[in-house]
Design a protein around this ligand. Structure first.
Ligand code: 4AD
Ligand code: MG
Length: 430
């Protein structure tokens, strides 16, 4: 009678197991039939391994099946682990049994040379690839490391609603949804709710989706993105910027350490970043851009080319501070120059802004005036105004776009590859 073996993760196969019988299960990543010998490369999400199947060493019917099986069929294989210098990672399983579990019914459509559109239409299959898997692992690690850092610093994780009625970042990018017999919107940012929660918890954060009905077809815009947002009572803009520096440096270093395999699949060597990050003002940025021949007037917001150029001129990560009030949302606290607000964007090449943050208005009358000036309906913001009525405090916070950060860490050409199922103006499928 045959012994039953427990299936082992391919990522666990080490040289110390050489000569041992192992059982693996996964998908046929590549197949090569050379007469009496079949080579598979099998992947299971934890790693990839070469399998050699020799006629005569496994039951004949299994050999026939193994030779016929198409790419991406799922298989379970028992065999002896051997060193083989010709194998991609120096190890090979010499098969004793091969069982096809789920046959691919037709030729696997993901092949080299397919167009971007084709790959996006077949995203549910494309995500099986080694590069996409590596990015998803880095994404998961990045989120976990940031969460761990925030927890250690005493920030409390909270969750805000997705369905909302009061815009945070201006009416132009709201997705409207029918909410029974009234209108509601998909949240653009959890900030306003985080501001309510600092009165219960002091320091809070959330990691959840935000939505923007932005038709911008750039390589850094999604209509649904994951947003890490932090809000802190009694914190100045400078306090929160230091938090951002530490969080980014810590996360980057740990991703480098813990995602070596994934980063090497992507051919990415992440540059070292050090605190303090360079700080410039919006006015300095405008001056520098005009000096370089990019015509931009005071009062205009930066686009990707401006932010890229600023990173080239000043280095990165780069804080750009004190934007004009007319190009920032209503909640920002004015600075000593009332035409400017206490806010900052953090820019990283080549994505530009990955964080937006600043200090919030904490005075009731000032906030009410800004809401009216911004042509918003104060009755929609009654609860938000209440926060300034009962024990208001100076407070600051920021929002980091998870996909933009992951795209930077992985050096992706486009932000859509930082999320398994991207949502863009042109795409809500699959
Ligand atoms: O600069 P934003 O719009 O700021 C806010 O939403 C604030 N309420 C955040 C806060 O202070 N709590 O967005 C913050 C970040 C941006 O820097 C960017 O990284 C990301 O969210 N982001 C997007 N990422 C992908 N696609 C989009 N369309 C994005 N819009 C913003
Ligand atoms: Mg912004």
């Amino acid at each position: 009678m045959r012994e039953e073996f427990k299936t082992i993760d391919i990522g666990e196969l080490k040289e110390t197991l050489e000569g041992r019988k192992v059982k693996i299960a996964g998908w046929i990543y590549t197949k090569n039939v050379l007469g009496k010998l079949i080579f598979y490369r099998i992947r299971d999400g934890t790693g990839i391994i070469q399998v050699a199947i020799k006629r005569g060493e496994i039951p004949e019917d299994e050999f026939e099946e193994a030779a016929k099986a198409l790419r991406e069929s799922s298989v379970s294989i028992e065999g002896i682990l051997r060193r083989d210098p010709r194998a991609p990672n120096g190890l090979e399983v010499r098969a004793k049994n091969v069982k096809i579990l789920g046959e691919s019914l037709e030729d696997y459509p993901i092949k080299p040379g397919e167009t971007v559109e084709f790959l996006l239409d077949n995203r549910h299959l494309h995500i099986r690839g080694l590069k996409m898997s590596a990015v998803m692992r880095i994404r998961a690690k990045t989120i976990n490391i940031m969460r761990e850092w925030l927890e250690k610093r005493g920030y409390v994780e909270v969750h805000a609603p997705t369905l909302i009625t009061a815009a945070c970042e201006g009416g132009a990018t709201l997705f409207e949804v029918k909410y029974f017999d009234r209108k509601a919107y998909l949240t653009q940012s959890s900030q306003l709710y985080l501001e309510a929660l600092i009165y219960s918890l002091g320091k809070v954060y959330t990691i959840q989706p935000s939505f923007r009905a932005e038709k911008s077809r750039t390589r850094r815009h999604l209509t649904e993105f994951w947003h890490l947002e932090v809000e802190e009572a009694f914190a100045s803009q400078e306090d929160i910027m230091r938090t951002e520096e530490e969080l980014l440096i810590y996360t980057t270093e740990r991703v480098k350490e813990e995602c070596r395999r994934e980063l090497s699949i992507l051919g990415r060597e992440i540059e070292k970043i050090e605190a303090p990050f360079r700080r410039i003002t919006y006015d300095e940025a405008i001056e520098a851009l005009n000096k370089e021949g990019l015509k931009i007037k005071v009062g205009e917001d930066f686009g990707v080319p401006h932010e890229e150029r600023l990173c080239k001129i000043f280095g990165y990560p780069l804080f750009v501070m004190h934007y004009p009030r007319e190009i920032r949302a209503f909640y920002h606290k004015p600075s000593s120059d009332p035409r400017r607000v206490i806010c900052h964007d953090l820019l990283i090449w080549p994505y530009g802004e990955i964080i937006g943050g600043g200090q919030r208005i904490d005075d009731y009358n000032e906030l009410l005036a800004r809401i009216k000036e911004s042509k918003l309906d104060p009755s929609e913001y009654r609860w938000y105004l209440d926060l300034r009525k009962f024990g208001s405090v100076p407070h600051s916070g920021f929002g980091l776009g998870v996909e933009r950060f992951v795209a930077y860490l992985c050096k992706l050409d486009h932000i859509r590859d930082a999320i398994p199922f991207p949502r863009t103006p042109a795409r809500v499928y699959p």
